[in-house]
Design a protein around this ligand. Structure first.
Ligand SMILES: NC(=O)c1ccc[n+]([C@@H]2O[C@H](COP(=O)([O-])OP(=O)(O)OC[C@H]3O[C@@H](n4cnc5c(N)ncnc54)[C@H](O)[C@@H]3O)[C@@H](O)[C@H]2O)c1
Length: 302
């Protein structure tokens, strides 16, 4: 889409970053949020990010904050929702968006894990609705999962993939609308075993993170698991799975160890303790090292 009109609903962590990426690519963006503070601060947050990244700050001028949802979506070619992760809130919001948006506008949700079918099922025009799952921070992590439902038209998928490729993202097509799509299913399969290793006393939480960061984590950005399986051989992969898989955590629900942490108020960095203890300094160091790593990766290209 040459110079598209993009509407972003929700100006929080993800929404403001998504707006920034579209604006930097030359599109005009309207953005709204039900919270006054989020809406008032959105232009400043985008400007600060652009400055920090060395990107063209004037891109922020293409983002127009709007108080009303109707005004935000009225002229849009593409509407993306990034409000809180709550099914009922998203369902109601899309019903309202549908009342105000153009009939040919594409409607997308940035939900992390909720099936798009559940969010969009109540719409009259389900053929133009789909998921676009970005990763945080949207201006540093390249992937966008594009998720269709049984109703999504091929043209909607195609236009959405093209739009995201044109703004420099790496869109992938998720062909079945399953909870967690592809990325979060993989990520949380790993987290389940990481938690089980600690729960079973095999190692402590720090060791889990040290092992991953200093072993296959080093290779993951350039060697995916299935490339890796082909590299070592599918026969060796099969032999390893015969030995290891029967022993890996396969419980269908959350770990009782995780549930106990939450019940005890050990919520991670926001409470100072989760799997590990977190001083304010340690938190700042970790956040900074993640950002430095992602900036370097962006600078060296996809
Ligand atoms: N944080 C992440 O790493 C991440 C990554 C990918 C996807 N997501 C998904 O993106 C969505 C947003 O996540 P976030 O981290 O940006 O959350 P956030 O809490 O930072 O922002 C959500 C914003 O939505 C606003 N909001 C709530 N209800 C609204 C409504 N009815 N209309 C307009 N605005 C409303 C809130 O005021 C808030 O500013 C969620 O669905 C989340 O699962 C998050």
């Amino acid at each position: 889409m040459a110079r598209a009109r993009i509407a972003v609903v929700g100006a929080g962590l993800m929404g403001h970053g998504i707006a920034q990426v579209f604006a930097l690519a030359g599109h005009t963006v309207t953005i709204t949020d039900s919270g006054e503070a989020a809406l008032e601060s959105v232009a400043g947050r985008i400007r600060a990010n652009l400055r920090d990244l060395g990107d063209d700050e004037s891109a922020a001028e293409r983002v127009r904050p709007c108080k009303s949802l109707a005004e935000t979506v009225r002229d849009a070619d593409f509407v993306v929702e990034a409000v809180l992760e709550d099914l009922a809130v998203k369902q109601n919001l899309f019903r309202e968006i549908e009342r105000h948006a153009r009939a040919d506008a594409i409607l997308a949700s940035n939900t992390s894990v909720i099936p798009i079918t559940k969010i969009m099922g109540g719409l009259a025009g389900r053929g133009r609705a789909l998921g676009t799952h970005w990763w945080n921070p949207p201006f540093l992590v390249p992937l966008v999962e594009v998720i269709g439902t049984q109703w999504t038209s091929a043209a909607t998928i195609d236009r959405t993939i093209r739009l995201h490729a044109e703004i420099g993202k790496i869109p992938v097509h998720v062909k079945k609308d399953v909870p967690g799509f592809v990325g979060n299913r993989l990520q949380h399969a790993l987290w389940r075993e990481a938690i089980a290793l600690v729960e079973q006393g095999i190692c402590d939480a720090e060791t889990v993170d040290t092992v991953i960061k200093n072993s296959f984590g080093r290779r993951l950005a350039v060697l995916g698991p299935l490339e890796n399986a082909d590299l070592v051989g599918t026969d060796l992969t099969l032999a390893i799975h015969r030995t290891v898989l029967p022993d890996i955590d396969a419980r269908p629900g959350p770990s009782p160890f995780l549930e106990a942490l939450v019940a005890a108020g050990k919520l991670g960095m926001k409470s100072g303790e989760g799997f590990r203890h977190w001083s304010a300094d340690a938190q700042a160091r970790l956040r900074s090292s993640v950002m430095q790593h992602l900036k370097k990766a962006r600078a060296s290209g996809p």
